[in-house]
Each structure stands twice: as structure tokens, then as C-alpha cells.
Design a protein around this ligand. Structure first.
Ligand SMILES: *Cc1c(COP(=O)(O)O)cnc(C)c1O
Length: 373
């Protein structure tokens, strides 16, 4: 083991942000208040002036997105089986039916051709995911949605700062959900945001956030729908504000590190690398798919022995017990299943050194050669 343990990710929180959080804590107002408004305004400026509302998780933002789009019982939502389970759980949460389609093995994102074929008269929305921050072909996605009159709820939890043909994810499109979970490119500890296509749906997005409450005048209060308890605290919003101003810097550093992985990784090891999507991806993760004969658990254990943390993002969702119980089976989505079994997330975070990349590449080469026998 050489040097300190290298985790697969780690947030970068600066002293200015820590000071700012202390001020919020001393201010007398710590739950949703002025910092939440400021965070929403800063995000809205980033997304071309579109309305943005923040929530206490990316999952909450996705669920509210589905409800705002009017998705409920009897509706089908097309999505990918290769994502964090939240992506599909929110579809169940609103009473709709997740319809999985396989991924493109090169991009590991929803295969849009397959998505198009999965449309039925009950389909109401597509919920794509930008795995590791790699965008989909948004022109094709929205062409399909337009042709079949579908809503799009983009799970851009991993794609803050990613771009499609020069336009930032979130600046165009229908409903875009972001996450500020501690492992994402910027964090508020926990938190999320929903970018809305216009003002019309903002009141509903707010009611769904806090018990359905609508206030008016000095003391007026009305409740017509059962909203959730999804509001973000000012404490979290202040962390988010301190992170948002550093997003470009963080993502530029991630890109440098990703470039170094491409330079240093030994292609003879037989792993599948991600597409070198410079200028598009925000390099939320750098993931390799191990050769089929390598047991991922062995790779993880031996890499830990070398002082290196490896992440698993993600096993195929449809093979979890909850989804098997709904009738999903092994063999339905072979690409997602194979990638889900063999994908490994290598360390990548802004405060990493170039030499850390070299160390990961050297250790992985050593470990994979042993495991291959
Ligand atoms: C992180 C993540 C979510 C959920 O975000 P939380 O803030 O953890 O609720 C949803 N989808 C994807 C793809 C994610 O990576």
C-alpha cells in the first residue's frame, strides 16, 4: 500500500462555504428561507432564466417532476435499467409503470431506438439518465417525445455542467432533475433541483414540495392537494451556493483527470473504457467495464488492498427483488445486465492529484493481471 487511502470520490468544501454555513446557523433562520431563494435564482440564471425550484433530494425533484407532468396510475414511463434505483423507484412512487429498455453498450445510456419501439398508447413520458454525466442525443430524444406527445423528465442527477452540442443540460428541454448529493459534481450535503419549462407549472412544483400549502395575504392558507415534505434547508442551500460558483473549476479538473486516465490506462487489460466525450460529459465518474471472466468483487477487494476505493454504479435495476416481483427477469436487458455486473467506478474527484490517476492505473494493471491468472 502506497500513501493514504484513495476513495472513489470526495467533496471539496472550502472555508468560505463553511463560514457561510456558520452565518446561516447564527442567523436565527435555518430552514427554507433567503438562501433557498438565492440558490434558486443562481440556478435559474445558469439555466437560461428558466424557473428552478430546489428540493431536499434529487429523488424528490424527480418525483415532483413526474407529478407535475401529470404521470400516475395507468401510465407507462420509459426508462433505463442501468441507473441508481431512485430513477425507477420514483415511477412506482407516483403509481405509474416503469418500462425498461436496454442501454447502448458503448454509451451505457438508454438506447433511443429501443425506447422508440417501446412506446405504446399508455406511454406518457420518457425518463432518460445521463450515466456518469454523458448526455444522450437530445435532438433525437425530443424528436421521439414530440412525435408521440410524451413528457420528458431528464434524470440529470449526474450531469450538472454537461453539454449537448454546446448547450448545457438543463438550459433546454422539458423537466430536468438535478441532484446535490454528496457524491455529485456539486453538493449541498443532500439536495436536488427541478428546472421547469415555464412559469405555468411552478405553483404545482411548490405545492408538491410542502404539504400542498398555498399561502395568501397576511394569514391565508389553503390546501387542495397532498404535497410532500421535500423542502431544502437554508443550511444546505448555502453549501450549494458555495459549490455552484466553483462548478466550472471542478468540472475542468475532472476533465483533466479523465484525460489522464485515457492516456495512462493499459488497453491490453481488456476493459471497456467510456466514450471520450470531451466537451460533452462533466466526467461525473470514470467507469470501466471489466472483462467478463473477472469477478468484480475480487477486483474491488484487491484494489482496496492497494489502498484504492472502487465504486459500483450500478447493478441493473430490474434484477432487484422489488422489480422481479413486478415480473422483470434476467435476460431481458442483456447489455444492462452485463455492464451492471462488471462496471467499476475508478477514483475521480477535483482534489485528486495527477499521480493518483497513475497509481490507480498501475494498481489496476497489477490486480487484473493477477486475477486473469
Ligand atoms: C444521485 C442520483 C439520483 C438521486 O439523487 P438523490 O439526491 O440521491 O436523491 C437519481 N438518479 C441518479 C442517476 C443519481 O445518480
Amino acid at each position: 500500500m502506497t500513501g493514504a487511502f484513495l476513495p472513489f470520490t470526495r467533496p471539496s468544501i472550502d472555508d468560505e462555504t463553511i463560514e457561510g454555513v456558520s452565518e446561516v446557523l447564527r442567523s436565527g433562520w435555518i430552514t427554507s428561507g433567503p438562501k433557498v431563494k438565492e440558490f434558486e435564482a443562481a440556478l435559474s440564471r445558469r439555466y437560461d432564466g428558466r424557473p428552478v425550484r430546489v428540493y431536499n433530494s434529487g429523488t424528490a425533484a424527480l418525483e415532483v417532476g413526474l407529478r407535475v407532468a401529470g404521470i400516475g396510475p395507468g401510465d407507462e414511463v420509459i426508462t433505463t435499467p442501468l441507473s441508481w434505483v431512485a430513477t425507477a423507484n420514483v415511477i412506482l412512487q407516483v403509481g405509474a409503470k416503469p418500462v425498461f429498455v436496454d442501454v447502448d453498450p458503448a454509451t451505457r445510456n438508454l438506447d433511443l431506438e429501443a425506447a422508440q419501439r417501446a412506446v405504446t398508447p399508455a406511454t406518457r413520458a420518457i425518463l432518460p439518465v445521463y450515466l456518469a454525466g454523458l448526455p444522450l442525443d437530445l435532438d433525437r430524444l425530443y424528436a421521439i417525445a414530440g412525435r408521440h406527445r410524451l413528457r420528458v423528465i431528464e434524470d440529470a442527477a449526474q450531469a450538472i455542467g454537461s453539454r449537448w452540442r454546446g448547450t448545457e443540460i438543463g438550459a433546454r428541454g422539458d423537466l430536468i432533475a438535478l441532484s446535490f448529493h454528496a457524491n455529485k459534481n456539486i453538493t449541498s450535503g443532500e439536495g436536488g433541483a427541478l428546472v421547469l419549462p415555464g412559469k405555468a407549472e411552478v405553483p404545482l412544483a411548490e405545492q408538491l414540495r410542502l404539504q400542498g400549502v398555498v399561502r395568501s395575504g397576511e394569514d391565508g392558507m389553503e390546501v387542495e392537494i397532498a404535497g410532500g415534505k421535500f423542502n431544502l434547508t437554508d443550511i444546505a442551500a448555502r453549501i450549494g451556493l458555495g459549490q455552484l460558483v466553483r462548478l466550472e473549476e471542478f468540472n475542468a479538473r475532472r476533465e483533466q483527470l479523465a484525460r489522464r486516465y485515457f492516456e495512462r490506462w493499459d488497453r491490453a487489460l481488456g476493459c471497456e473504457l467510456p466514450p471520450p466525450a470531451f466537451g460533452e460529459s462533466n466526467w461525473h465518474m470514470f467507469q470501466v467495464v471489466l472483462p467478463e471472466q473477472i469477478k468484480r468483487a475480487d477486483f474491488i477487494a484487491r484494489m482496496r488492498g492497494e489502498g484504492i476505493g472502487i465504486g459500483v454504479h450500478y447493478p441493473a435495476i430490474h434484477l432487484f427483488g422489488l422489480y422481479r416481483g413486478l415480473g422483470f427477469r434476467e435476460g431481458q436487458f442483456p447489455h444492462a445486465e452485463r455492464i451492471g455486473r462488471s462496471i467499476a467506478t475508478l477514483p475521480l474527484f477535483p482534489s485528486m492529484q495527477d499521480t493518483d490517476v497513475d497509481r490507480v492505473c498501475a494498481a489496476a494493471g497489477h490486480v487484473l493481471r493477477i486475477l486473469r491468472g
